[in-house]
Design a protein around this ligand. Structure first.
Ligand code: ATP
Ligand code: MG
Length: 409
């Protein structure tokens, strides 16, 4: 899958027909916005394609194409304007990426994105990679018929039923205890293809980001520990003592094999569970992969010498991939729309004055004009000279904003 003749796309260059070197992104959410910032910092022009006229990335991009992701004219415009194209969310139709790849380097490619779009294909991929890394996914069964419900082994109960496609932030998931509940849950999910996963005893969750180039070279960030509240990421702890070093090494190796096995190009995040298997530190299980930058990697913007978005730019454009260095311990606090409402449901502005007075607090708001409960509005990175200081500042910020997720950690 080499796009060698068209790469590298050097920043700041102008083509013979007068077009500045331009990078494109499918999707205009906050991940697209931070990608645009990174690309522009290097001197690229940018184009964003998104159906929403008020997309966070569309607001800050040089060019914005407002069409559906599968609109042939929109895709043709994107290909005409851009020297290389990436994606910021996994539900872009894989066919659209295939169409773009006919004329432009597209990273990640359609095959990798198609795997991440479908939990069944994703689990098959993880099982195949487990042969290399020794880290597999949760025991599971595909639920696509009443017969499949009947055939579910008792060992998978209690479990979590997840739609194979289009789930995020815990949506499209139901916890079930019995076979009867499984049938009812599958019916409630409209009998679309699903996977049933065994409910695992989680000790912790973590994720790993790697960037892989067109030549197969690979660099990585250290694993980060994640705390979810109500199925949505709330807090990321990014410092060396956040998990056992043996597990960190294993998570990194598993992520690399998951990227290599699909010939991945771009930035990839793999989420893991640390399960309680009776051992001191627990055991790793792969949860899912995201073919794009990830919420749990936002700390890299302020705590590392290159961010996950910088590496997304480098990888797609065929630039060298420097090994990132984390220069500060960090904690990332996710800022959901709930913060914009008081106990009576009245809208207010969170106390940014108090937060911005904290040393090492880096506020990132995504330019979303309307807050809603559960909507990702921004994040707050806390950096500092040492872990204890970062934890203390994060607790202060959480207290000011009324944020959950730090209580037990
Ligand atoms: P994302 O926003 O990360 O894409 P998602 O909706 O795809 O989320 P998952 O990552 O599959 O959902 O699950 C959300 C959360 O639910 C996990 O982070 C974990 O806390 C919990 N969870 C999921 N699967 C299991 C499992 N098999 N056993 C125990 N807990 C689980
Ligand atoms: Mg997840």
């Amino acid at each position: 899958m080499s796009a060698a003749p068209l790469l590298p796309v050097l920043p700041g260059t102008v083509s013979a027909d007068g077009r500045p070197a331009t990078l494109g992104v499918m999707g205009g959410g906050q991940l697209g916005r931070m990608f645009v910032h990174a690309a522009q910092r290097l001197g690229y022009f940018t184009t964003v394609l998104d159906p929403d006229p008020h997309s966070p990335a569309g607001y800050v991009s040089h060019h914005f194409i407002q069409t559906a992701y599968d609109d042939a004219d929109g895709l043709a415009q994107l290909a005409a304007q851009c020297d290389a194209i990436t994606t910021e969310f996994e539900n872009v139709p894989a066919q659209a990426l295939t169409a773009l790849a006919a004329t432009r380097p597209v990273a990640p490619g359609a095959a990798a994105v198609a795997i991440a779009q479908d939990r069944i294909a994703e689990k098959d991929h993880f099982v195949a990679c487990a042969g290399i890394s020794g880290v597999s996914c949760a025991p599971f069964a595909v639920i696509d018929s009443a017969a499949a419900v009947e055939a579910v082994p008792d060992a998978l109960l209690p479990g979590i039923l997840k739609t194979a496609r289009l789930g995020y932030d815990g949506k499209g998931q139901m916890r079930i205890r019995t076979r009867e509940e499984l049938l009812a849950a599958w019916t409630a999910l409209k009998q679309v293809p699903c996977v049933l996963e065994q409910l695992l005893p989680l000790k912790a969750e973590c994720s790993v980001l790697v960037a892989r180039g067109w030549d197969g070279s690979i660099v990585s960030f250290p694993p980060q520990r994640n705390v979810h509240v109500d199925g949505i990421l709330a807090v990321t702890h990014a410092y060396a003592s956040n998990m056992s070093s043996a597990l960190a090494v294993q998570a990194l190796a598993a992520t690399k094999s998951i990227a290599d096995h699909v010939g991945y190009v771009g930035i990839l995040c793999v989420e893991f569970f640390v399960i309680d298997d009776g051992s001191e530190h627990g055991a790793l299980v792969v949860n899912e992969m995201a073919p794009r930058p990830h919420n749990s990697g936002h700390y890299t913007l302020d705590a590392c010498d290159v961010s996950q978005f910088d590496l997304q730019v480098h990888a797609m454009a065929g630039l060298p991939l420097p090994q990132p260095r984390q220069h500060s311990p960090a904690i990332m606090l996710n800022l959901l729309g709930d913060l914009w409402f008081d106990a009576q449901g009245k809208e207010h502005t969170p106390d940014w004055q108090a937060v911005l007075a904290l040393p090492g607090a880096h506020l990132h708001l995504y330019g979303k004009l309307h807050a809603r409960a559960g909507r990702k509005m921004g994040h707050l990175n806390i950096t500092g000279a040492d872990v204890a200081g970062v934890q203390a500042t994060a607790r202060k910020a959480a207290a000011i904003l009324g944020l959950p997720g730090l209580e037990d950690h």
